[in-house]
Design a protein around this ligand. Structure first.
Ligand SMILES: [Fe+2]
Ligand SMILES: [Fe+2]
Length: 467
């Protein structure tokens, strides 16, 4: 006896396309009418179109005779598919009609199959729901920020692409590395959830685009203080001799200026503070010292208080990299601990048990200098290292961050080479990321044309392999 199982997908898709079901076909009729059909000899039916059966029989030299087609229905009377049994046989292997006993037994088998299908569908639906839920949380986090619109989505997609490329690698360091379908899904989930903890990071910290930014960029307040001081100098010119004004300037403002240079001194100082506020480049010690000297300008004149920078301005302008001060950096960095706290409480299926760990270790470094736990190389699996590489690459090249200009490909790889050299990133992964050309596929789809420059891969590799 032959058994055919058809799931209802083809029928459903046809209906979605606007076609009406062909009820003259046996399987379609059973699927839509939810009724079992049995034939002693299907060739004799005048009620149904059996062209398909005749063609199949002709192709394979078979002869369908007795046939029973049963709908597979779940507990909600929804048809999941149909089962078709062909050519019942007696003990002598002669084809006979399906008996009532056969029908009862096969219907019971069909309901068992329906339960199995139903369970499978339920699991698939739950997994789909989980993925949709994960993506909607990612969208919610991205919406929090005015600027970084798609970081999580881009990191997730690039992580998936990297995992696929490694899985398919036929040569090189990862030639032997293979992921199971569940492992690929696990990595993908971790990518989607890697910044989940940012759900509680204050928007003020996430979006801080300038060092002096509080509710608004504090540079305007500082500019007003400069203007006030310039007005005072203008007034004093009418009241004091040049020597007296120079003495006043030396006492209260700077010994580097005098009555003839004070205007340009203040103008240059204002421009210097405005540039320092941006936070794009690393700030050397000399610039911090110059800012400290300006912060030292603080005096009273005829009952009025004149100063340029308050204590918080001084602290913020002392930031040497980026725009976040030490407290804000702490708040920002907490997102990975929160990611761990949130995800480790979820009961992921066993096959996805590492999602929380992979997701929450993307700021760890192989040399142990990362956060939050300071894990080192033996504690960091390939999946954690992959998300770390992708996260850095996306952050460096993203064109939507207010606190930095996007890096070109060669600038980004230059920085990543330093990180590989310093023991932060996995050298083999950085190699693979460049050699596989994955970065170019990503760049063409996500970066500005002016960012996509020529990358001298051997030169970049030489910085961390042979240094
Ligand atoms: Fe992160
Ligand atoms: Fe991230």
């Amino acid at each position: 006896m032959a058994v055919l199982v058809a799931r209802g997908l083809a029928c459903d898709k046809a209906i979605q396309r606007g076609c009406s079901p062909k009820l003259s076909h046996i399987v379609t009729s059973v699927y839509h009418r939810k009724e079992t059909l049995a034939f002693d000899d299907v060739y004799e039916t005048k009620d149904y179109d059996i062209t398909g059966t005749l063609n199949t029989d002709k192709t394979y030299g078979y002869r369908c005779k007795s046939m029973i087609t049963i709908p597979l229905m779940n507990h909600e009377e929804e048809v999941l598919g149909v089962m078709q049994f062909i050519n019942a046989m007696d003990e002598d292997r002669q084809i006979i009609s399906f008996t009532e006993e056969h029908v009862t037994m096969l219907q019971s088998l069909a309901s068992q199959a329906a339960i199995a299908l139903s369970n499978r569908k339920l699991i698939e639906n739950l997994e789909n729901l989980l993925m949709e839920f994960i993506r909607s949380i990612a969208v919610a986090i991205e919406r929090k920020s005015k600027y970084s619109s798609d970081h999580i989505m881009r990191v997730a997609k690039l992580t998936e692409m990297l995992a696929e490329r490694i899985h398919n690698a036929e040569s090189g360091h990862f030639a032997e590395t293979r992921f199971t379908p569940n492992e690929l899904k696990e990595i993908s989930m971790a990518g989607w959830m890697h910044d989940m903890g940012k759900i509680i990071t204050p928007e003020f910290v996430m979006d801080k685009s300038r060092k002096l930014e509080r509710i608004m960029d504090g540079i305007q307040v500082v500019q007003e203080r400069f203007a006030r001081l310039a007005l005072l100098i203008k007034y004093l010119r009418t009241q004091l001799s040049a020597e007296e004004l120079t003495a006043f300037i030396h006492e209260h403002i700077s010994s580097a200026a005098d009555s003839s240079t004070i205007d340009s001194f203040l103008e240059e100082a204002r421009c210097f503070i405005e540039n320092l506020n941006v936070g794009d480049e690393f700030v050397p010690k000399e610039k911090i010292e110059r800012m400290e000297a300006l912060a030292g300008i603080d005096f009273e004149y005829e009952g009025c208080h004149f100063f340029l920078l308050d204590e918080l301005d001084r602290k913020n302008l002392s930031i040497q990299r980026g725009t976040l001060n030490s407290e804000e950096l702490k708040v920002m960095r907490a997102h990975v601990s929160i990611t761990w706290e949130m995800l480790s409480q979820l009961s992921f299926p066993k096959k996805y048990k590492n999602v929380a760990f992979y997701a929450s270790t993307h700021h760890e470094a192989l040399n142990g200098s990362g956060y939050p736990k300071g894990l080192d190389a033996p504690q960091l699996p390939l999946q954690s290292r992959m998300i770390a590489v992708v996260d850095i690459f996306e952050a460096l090249t993203a064109a939507d961050r207010p606190y930095k200009t996007p890096k070109t490909l060669s600038e980004a790889f230059g920085i990543m080479a330093n990180m590989a050299k310093g023991g932060h990133l996995d050298k083999d992964l950085v190699d693979f990321f460049m050699d596989s050309g994955l970065y170019l596929d990503f760049a063409r789809a996500n970066m500005l044309p002016e960012q996509i420059d020529e990358v001298d891969i051997p030169l970049i590799k030489s910085r961390y392999h042979f240094a």
